[in-house]
Design a protein around this ligand. Structure first.
Ligand code: FE2
Length: 239
């Protein structure tokens, strides 16, 4: 496990594209130790001038996951394309090319890459638990964990995109955000700590559109709360 400093986190978060404007918010902070964890497990990895396509193939056909091999395999193919497109767009934009492709994919595919990274990395069949700090933050916003989950699910049922739990750097609160597609109405200054994909592509290989709620229930049963708690630890001291 890597001992992470604030400077480490700022660098990782800034290149991840999560929490737009984060770098400027963080400028001038002291190099104070936050927590010990591996950022590569929590957020996208940027190395050698490109975002890394992580290997989530262990999820394909995984017993007890509740999501079919066909569903996961198809979905990972989409994730792969987001990684390729954001890397291509970044190179072209760096070369001064402002066009429909670069402008679209530096938002759409960057968010698609990052949100799927959180979505897939957060799936587990093991027993995990929420930290006290996360429990308190959720209760502070929603009143209780049950209310929080109810809100996340309600938002998920109303969008074709994402239902996110994210930390708002401007007010220091955890909040759920309904997102249309990957980048439409994506607020600045918020950093996702949990991502529920409710695009139809996330479930129609296995569930009917009318059974969306069944897919959401499966997702809620495979959340890695250890990782969500670690993401919260990583971001909560940034305000
Ligand atoms: Fe997806």
């Amino acid at each position: 496990m890597k001992e992470m400093t604030r400077r480490d986190f700022f660098g990782a978060a800034a290149v991840s594209g999560l929490g737009l404007g984060l770098a400027s918010v963080l400028t001038g902070c002291n190099e104070t130790k936050v927590k010990s964890f591996d950022m590569a497990n929590l957020y996208p990895v940027y190395q050698d001038g490109a975002y890394l396509e992580k290997d989530f193939s262990h999820l394909i056909g995984k017993a007890g996951l509740g999501l079919s091999a066909e569903n996961i395999e198809n979905h990972l193919g989409l994730y792969s394309n987001y990684v390729k497109n954001v890397n291509k767009a970044e190179k072209e934009m760096a070369a001064g090319q402002v066009n429909d492709f670069t402008m679209k994919h530096l938002a759409f595919s960057l968010n698609g890459m990052a949100l799927h990274d959180i979505y897939f990395s957060n799936m587990t069949t093991e027993t995990t638990s929420r930290s006290t700090a996360l429990e308190n933050a959720l209760a502070g916003t929603f009143g209780s964990f049950e209310n929080y989950m109810k809100n996340l699910s309600e938002l998920a049922m109303q969008v074709d995109g994402w239902s996110l739990t994210a930390f708002n750097l401007l007010n220091g609160k955890i909040f759920n955000y309904a997102l249309k597609h990957h980048s439409d109405n994506f607020p600045n200054f918020v950093i996702p700590i949990l991502a529920l994909d409710v695009y139809e592509h996330a479930y129609v290989k296995q569930f009917t559109k009318e059974a969306k709620t069944e897919y959401i229930e499966v997702f809620k049963g495979i959340i890695n709360w250890d990782l969500v708690s670690q993401r919260f630890d990583a971001v909560k001291n940034l305000t």
